[in-house]
Ligand binder design. Structure first.
Ligand code: UD1
Length: 426
């Protein structure tokens, strides 16, 4: 199993391009099922979750290849002409919950689908009841068989669906099902994330009629069929936020390019309130950091609020702040497994309910720590880069799920981080 070895304390300097968004790539890839033919999705990151989704699409019958596009930004070419196997097996769904994104497209195109229930998660319960409720409202019959959701419908019919809470996954999944349904579907209390807007734009590029994506009410006029399309994926706002937090925490002067600063407003605002100097353009942000952050209280919320996927990285930044502050996660109330690992590096953090109380310390000290999920790993890399001495981060397969060659990218801006093969301990 691989581990990262980080020698901390080196300021970060230079320019770094941001990759395509993981959380947009996965539903975009699933959406290609909706229209038989050859699709091209540009700016897809080469990371483990993308490979898992590609594996799932191949099981369903698609052909998928990466091609290097302009300035070696990778494109994914997906041929969904021969899809026929309408199933997402447990072996894949248990490794990546986003596999559930094939539920809507397979149901819409073939009228039947079997998708394994994802099961538990390290952050606590992550149910899929809203995905199922949405499919039922569109007229699907749902049964549960041997741990699988079995859905069928001769023809889906549009309806008004009001979500009790905002869910990115359920909004995207139901949008994909509704675009081939008969009549109009209205999604109320829909997720407004940029990844949902990108998905709607891809559906429209395929000939669909999705309106008002990005607001909390999305209107979808069903069409009889869709055609294949070419689409450019959006930049990864969480990868951008992670690198900005790394520079802020460690110190340095870095320009991130290939991003959308309008997708990062609340994170950029937080960094400015924490005292960091930013030069913000539409597609780039330059950050300079010379000293400790001012403490800034933060609370996660659905977009445009502060992303739960940036919560762990913000805690790493605030663990070295000049004072005390809180971080409350209102979306995943148990998502704090990184706190115990940050404590191993000397951070002073206490968790009460869904709030972390962070007392900034003057210095962190390197130590062996362990990844527990994608963003927890990112926070430990940030803390390791800022800490004095050596940090060994094990189980880095978590970070490979969501970040493209993170250690190579960080080395480009001067970080001392390398990947090593960790011998199995018996
Ligand atoms: C997506 C992101 C994930 C991010 C999360 C919240 C992907 C692949 N993953 O996950 O990185 O942390 O959004 O921004 O894009 N819920 C229900 N029932 C459901 C579905 C969700 O109760 O059927 C709840 C969840 O438990 C959670 C909240 O709704 O409390 C939001 O979850 P949701 O937006 O659905 O997250 P995901 O789409 O799974």
């Amino acid at each position: 199993m691989d581990k990262f070895v980080i020698e901390g304390g080196k300021p970060l300097k230079g320019t770094l391009p941001v990759s395509g968004a993981k959380n947009a790539s996965l539903p975009l890839m699933a959406a290609a099922i909706l229209a038989p033919g050859i699709h091209t999705i540009e700016n897809v990151p080469r990371l483990r979750d993308v490979r898992t989704m590609a594996h799932l699409l191949r099981i369903i019958g698609a052909r998928i290849d990466f091609e290097d596009g302009p300035s070696s930004v990778p494109s994914l070419v997906i041929d969904t002409s021969d899809c026929s196997f309408c199933e997402a097996p447990y072996e894949l769904v248990k490794t990546m919950r986003a596999s559930i994104y094939v539920l809507g497209p397979l149901l819409a195109r073939f009228g039947k689908v079997r998708v394994s229930l994802p099961g538990g998660c390290a952050w606590g319960p992550r149910p899929v009841d809203l995905h199922i409720m949405g499919m039922e409202k569109l007229g699907a019959q749902i049964e549960f068989e041997d741990g699988y959701i079995v859905a069928s419908a001769e023809k889906l019919r549009g309806d008004t669906i009001s979500f009790p809470i905002r869910s990115v996954g359920a909004t995207g999944n139901v949008m994909m099902a509704a675009c081939l349904a008969e009549g109009t579907t209205i999604l109320q209390n829909a997720a407004c994330e940029p990844e949902i807007v990108a998905l709607a734009q891809f559906i429209n590029a395929m000939g669909g009629h999705v309106k008002q994506a990005g607001s909390d009410q999305i209107v979808i006029e069903g069409v009889d069929q869709l055609h294949p399309a070419k689409f450019q994926n959006i930049p990864d706002r969480i990868e951008a936020g992670t690198f900005l937090s790394a520079v802020a925490t460690t110190g340095g002067d870095v320009t991130l390019t290939n991003l959308r600063s309008d997708h990062l407003s609340v994170v950029l605002d937080g960094l400015e309130r924490a005292g960091f100097s930013l030069e913000i353009q539409d597609t780039s942000v330059k950050i300079q950091s010379e000293g400790r952050a001012y403490p800034v209280d933060m609370k996660t919320a659905p977009y445009p609020g502060f992303p739960t996927d940036m919560q762990a990285q913000w805690i790493a930044l605030m663990s070295l702040a000049d004072g005390s502050c809180t971080m409350t996660d209102t979306i995943y109330t148990n998502r704090f497994t990184h706190v115990a690992e940050l404590q191993r590096l000397g951070a002073d953090i206490r968790v009460e309910g869904n709030t972390a109380l962070i007392r900034g310390v003057e210095q962190l000290k390197g130590a062996p720590v362990m990844s527990t999920d994608i963003r927890a790993s990112a926070s430990l890399i940030i803390a390791g880069l800022a800490a004095e001495g050596r940090t060994d981060l094990s189980r880095v397969y978590h970070i490979d799920r969501g970040y493209e060659r993170i250690e190579e990218k960080l080395r480009l801006i001067g970080a001392d981080i390398r990947r090593e093969d960790e011998p199995l301990q018996v």
